[in-house]
Design a binder for this molecule. Structure first.
Ligand code: ZN
Length: 312
């Protein structure tokens, strides 16, 4: 069985303007590096379908889905960018990109649950983990991982799924959507204080939130993960593992001040692969969130994929 790799050319059409760190070149950097390292041959490439409104409404209010779709459609027809929050801008390509990003996560979930792939990575943008049930913010429109997790629960009938978020920023949107949904255990670490300045006090008993101080490095974070995440995950015994894979906790990433390097992403991914092997028949769907230093992003995604694909 293989590792599926979902992306779509339309994910490049979303563009928040010159100099914005969440840029189309992020996906190019990942794709180039996979080719350059030969890792592409270990993956099965798929074009992401568009998520349906029904799929999106499993994580968002149907009012929000309809309203955002309407706004993005107006922006598409007008061809003129519109700011939805101070750092989240929609352009003519945003609607298609956002639907492909969430659609990738759903299709990857279907593939993994059907046994067509052992696990999957979605190289998509816009990212999703700051999108709340009713609000676009922090570069995010639809919450790709939350949509996929609810798809696994509500459509495939799973009873327990884990969401792991290792982006440097707190996944406030995912927390907003799944806090109190005891079918989901969410484990995250995030630099604190840092945008969006939430997470220090978890919103539900199904959250394992680990705020970490700026300049924390890999060894300390690994100890924290083993102490805080892993016992809770072992007890929970998830039937599937979703990853909000942000790579902006990398030492070279300027959007945060944490000190992770590729070896740390390799270690974290291996922990999650082992967890999934014990409890979840290996089932993992990982979705790109942040990661803004193009070189560090490409190298970190590659080690993440190497572990998912079992390539030495
Ligand atoms: Zn981030």
């Amino acid at each position: 069985m293989t590792t599926a790799f979902y992306s779509h050319a339309e994910c490049r059409l979303h563009d928040m303007g010159a100099g914005h760190p969440e840029c189309p070149q992020r996906l190019d950097a990942i794709a180039d590096h996979l080719l350059a390292t030969g890792l592409d041959v270990a993956l099965e490439f798929h074009d992401a379908p568009r998520a349906t409104l029904e799929q999106l409404a499993r994580a968002h209010s149907s009012g929000y889905v309809a309203e955002l779709q309407d706004v993005l459609e107006q922006v598409r027809l007008a061809g003129k960018p519109r700011s939805l929050d101070p750092d989240t801008v929609a352009n003519a390509g945003t609607l298609a990109a956002a639907l492909r990003a969430a659609g990738a996560a759903v299709a990857a979930t279907d593939d993994v649950l059907a046994g067509r792939a052992r696990n999957a990575f979605c190289a998509v943008r816009p990212p999703g983990h700051h999108a709340t049930r009713d609000e676009a913010m922090g570069f995010c429109f639809f919450n790709n991982v939350a949509v996929a997790a609810r798809h696994a629960l509500d459509v495939h009938g799973l009873q327990r799924v884990a969401i792991i978020d290792f982006d440097v920023h707190h996944g406030n949107g995912t927390e907003d959507i799944i806090a109190g949904d005891e079918r989901v255990l969410m484990c995250s670490f995030f630099q604190h204080p840092l945008y969006p300045y939430s997470g220090a006090v978890p919103k539900g008993t199904n959250m394992v939130n680990v705020p970490v101080a700026p300049y924390t490095r890999g060894p300390a974070l690994r100890e924290t993960i083993d102490a805080m995440w892993m016992p809770a995950l072992e007890r929970f015994a998830p039937q599937m593992v979703f990853i909000s894979a942000g790579f902006d906790a990398h030492r070279e990433d300027d959007l945060g001040q944490l000190g992770l390097v590729e070896a740390d992403y390799e270690w974290i991914t291996q922990r999650l692969v082992d967890l999934a092997a014990r409890h979840a028949q290996g089932r993992i769907v990982s979705c790109l969130e942040g990661g803004y230093n193009l070189g560090a992003l490409a190298r970190s995604v590659a080690v993440h994929l190497r572990v998912l694909a079992g390539v030495a």
